[in-house]
Design a protein around this ligand. Structure first.
Ligand code: ZN
Length: 347
């Protein structure tokens, strides 16, 4: 844990003038420990795994300013402080040439980001929280949703503190929430766009609920949390070296152009006749997509019709980015094949 500074029961003065001043005061990766009314239990919040996702930091600052005491101990882990403070502030997901920290939790742990991930895992092991919430923002604007790897009442209960949308992910990316087990349910909450005031407000409200509730796990017998579940999402990625632009018409010189308004489909359903953009080449030559079984899923997601890009079947899309750098380094969007809709059409 040598990369983390530990601060116990911090004074509100560390909140500073604003979030940047607060991070400067923390100086680097920091774990803040707040003693709870019930000191026998601990809950953990992790945030800023990505330096350009500030909502969790804003929530921490509000918590500090409130002077409240949490119901149980609260361990608040703030990770990518250096990336966040690198100008322009809150714009770097990670520092140049560094690996994505939220892809490092399954090793290898032999570089700076891997060691940071390992320290976070050690902190969680030592403090043994009853639940972990990892607060993120999406790069584009959009509604909040939770992500977890198991569909059970504990994960449902934790997600419902923040939102009613749940993405069930079996993708093995090395994300923090993939370490979740029965002894420590861990969920990711994407509170909304990184520049959206509503996202910051939700992070604050959710944190206060999580920190002050007597109980955050599911009571015996309660199973229905009224969540809308998006199961088995597949990431549509670009093949390496493929270029992408966002525009109202095919942009010359780019392999793929996605419609500039594609974000509007976030968490919506797109039918096979919904135009998504344009491509030069076959879908398989420009895109990459792998289902949970490891098979290529490109042809099940998208199709080419005379250079125009359409869904291959009815899809529900989310985490759509319109940032070419993120599209190239991460993915274009997540898609869930809507079996129900397809079944209806076939029938
Ligand atoms: Zn993130």
């Amino acid at each position: 844990m040598q990369r983390f500074r530990l601060i116990s029961d911090p004074d509100e003065s560390i909140a500073g003038q604003d979030a940047v001043a607060m991070l400067e005061a923390l100086g680097g990766p920091t774990a803040l420990f707040f003693s709870g009314v019930d000191a026998r239990r601990t809950r953990a919040v992790v945030t800023l795994l990505h330096g350009n996702e500030p909502s969790g930091v804003f929530a921490l600052r509000e918590w500090l300013l409130s002077g409240k005491r949490p119901a149980v101990n609260l361990l608040f882990i703030v990770a990518s402080v250096h990336a966040a403070l690198t100008p322009p502030q809150f714009s770097h997901r990670m520092l140049p040439r560094a690996r994505d920290l939220n892809r490092c939790f399954k090793g290898p742990f032999d570089d700076e980001q891997g060691l940071l991930a390992q320290d976070i895992l050690s902190l969680l092991e030592v403090y043994s929280p009853e639940a972990v919430i990892d607060i993120h923002n999406t790069s584009g604007s959009g509604p909040a949703f939770g992500v977890c790897t198991h569909l059970d009442r504990q994960h449902d209960a934790l997600i419902s503190i923040f939102t009613r949308r749940l993405v069930l992910s079996h993708l093995n990316l090395g994300a923090l929430m993939e370490i979740s087990d029965d002894s420590c349910p861990t969920v990711t909450v994407e509170v909304g766009g990184r520049l959206d005031d509503e996202a910051h407000a939700l992070a604050i409200e959710g944190l206060f609920r999580f920190a002050t509730a007597d109980r955050v796990l599911a009571p015996e017998g309660k199973t229905d949390w009224g969540l809308e579940v998006f199961g088995a999402p597949i990431r549509l990625e670009l093949q390496s070296g493929v270029t992408v632009a966002y525009h109202e018409s095919p942009k010359p010189g780019y392999d793929v152009t996605l419609r500039a308004d594609i974000e509007h489909h976030n968490f919506g359903t797109v039918s096979p006749d919904t135009p998504l953009g344009w491509l030069a080449g076959t879908p398989e030559s420009v895109f990459r997509a792998q289902d949970a079984a490891g098979s290529c899923a490109v042809a099940r997601l998208v199709r080419d019709e005379g250079g125009q890009l359409f869904p291959a079947s009815t899809l529900r899309l989310f985490m759509i980015t319109t940032n070419a750098a993120i599209a190239e380094s991460d993915c274009l969007f997540y898609a869930v094949i809507d079996e129900q809709q397809d079944g209806d059409q076939a029938a």
